[in-house]
Design a protein around this ligand. Structure first.
Ligand SMILES: Nc1ncnc2c1ncn2[C@@H]1O[C@H](COP(=O)(O)OP(=O)(O)O)[C@@H](O)[C@H]1O
Ligand SMILES: CC(C)(COP(=O)(O)O)[C@@H](O)C(=O)NCCC(=O)O
Length: 317
């Protein structure tokens, strides 16, 4: 572990791979290579050694936080004479499109569910709170999917406030990447899990009222912990292009896929198209709306060009 660079004030303690891995020495992995294959997203290169080095220590740290927060909740409930038994511990996972948030979120879900105390861990992605394509089109926002204005932020806030207040069944809408739209009538229920992982590129954003003023409640008010998955934009852009090429051979071949028309592109055309989408949508969104939220995260996973995590930054202030 090292302190921040001399002369500058950093709120983070910085861990290289070896010092971070040592924190979970002696713990065994509750998953095998086949389980890992099942949960890793397309294009996310990850192996069991990476899980042991990066994600196992993180899951152990998170379990400490969960246990401490339960003790605090119980003490406060005692003091207040409150009967709400417990409320979910909420972990936010943020980062760019194509950085590997979903693999991180699913790994945390699997590892935390296997920790002693057998936590029930639910996972929600914020894409369910995107406005339906018809509404985006009406507002001229179809080319801004993933930007703050493309979400129903109020519904997302309401959802999380309900989860965090210990409500029995709370429902999140569902998004489908194949149809590129919200699935009408489909919902995902969250029923007082021990832990909720909330994954999405917008989770650390502050939001804004229609008159431009700051809201009096933020999504992050409901977080107990937050993780930002970070990498150099040139690497993320390359991962995006590689995934687009792979999707062209798989998901885009499906006639029902919104991007089916890209299924017939040559390698070169697909490469150009992916770069164009990056330049028009995902790159500007990363620079303007996502990367500026990194410093709000409790922990930052900094990835190298090969997807492996190079450094872990943990807030100490
Ligand atoms: N057009 C698409 N068709 C099918 N799956 C997709 C498409 N775009 C993204 N995905 C999948 O959706 C998930 C979320 O992707 P994304 O929002 O880029 O976040 P991340 O790569 O950080 O997990 C990933 O599992 C990815 O493989
Ligand atoms: C659906 C997404 C906005 C991500 O949603 P999230 O769950 O992070 O809120 C993103 O994966 C996406 O599809 N962006 C649109 C631009 C593109 O197709 O690359």
């Amino acid at each position: 572990m090292t302190a921040g660079t001399r002369g500058s004030i950093s709120p983070y303690a910085v861990f290289d791979r070896d010092s971070w891995r040592a924190l979970a020495a002696g713990s065994s992995l509750p998953l095998d290579a086949a389980d890992l294959d099942d949960l890793a997203s397309l294009g996310d290169r990850i192996d069991l050694d990476e899980v042991a080095t990066v994600y196992l220590p993180l899951a152990r740290l998170l379990s400490l936080h969960v246990a401490a927060s339960r003790r605090l909740w119980a003490a406060q409930s005692d003091f207040l004479g409150d009967t709400t038994a417990k409320v979910p511990f909420v972990i936010a996972v943020a980062g760019s499109v194509a950085v590997g948030k979903s693999t991180t979120a699913r790994l945390l879900q699997t590892l935390l569910a296997a920790t002693p105390g057998a936590h029930r861990v639910d996972l929600i992605t914020t894409d369910g709170f995107l406005l339906p394509n018809a509404v985006l089109e009406e507002r001229g926002l179809l080319g801004r999917k993933g930007f703050p204005e493309s979400y129903d932020r109020r519904a997302l806030l309401r959802f999380l406030a309900d989860v965090k207040s210990g409500r029995e069944e709370v429902f999140a809408p569902v998004y489908d990447h194949q149809s590129y739209d919200i699935v009408p009538g489909q919902v995902q229920a969250v029923d007082r899990p021990d832990i909720l992982v909330l994954e999405g590129l917008n989770v650390l954003q502050a939001g804004r009222r229609t008159d431009g003023s700051a809201p009096d409640i933020f999504l992050s008010d409901f977080f107990d912990f937050s993780v930002y998955v970070d990498a150099a934009e040139a690497d993320i852009q390359r991962w995006y292009v590689e995934r687009f090429l792979a999707l062209r051979r798989t998901a885009f071949q499906n006639r029902a896929a919104y991007f089916h028309r890209f299924g017939a592109l040559t390698d070169e055309q697909a490469h150009e198209t992916a770069l164009d989408i990056w330049a028009a949508v995902n790159g500007p969104n990363l620079r303007d709306n996502i990367a500026p939220t990194r410093s709000r995260a409790r922990l930052v996973l900094q990835k190298s060009a090969d997807h492996s995590v190079r450094r872990v930054l943990l807030r100490k202030l």
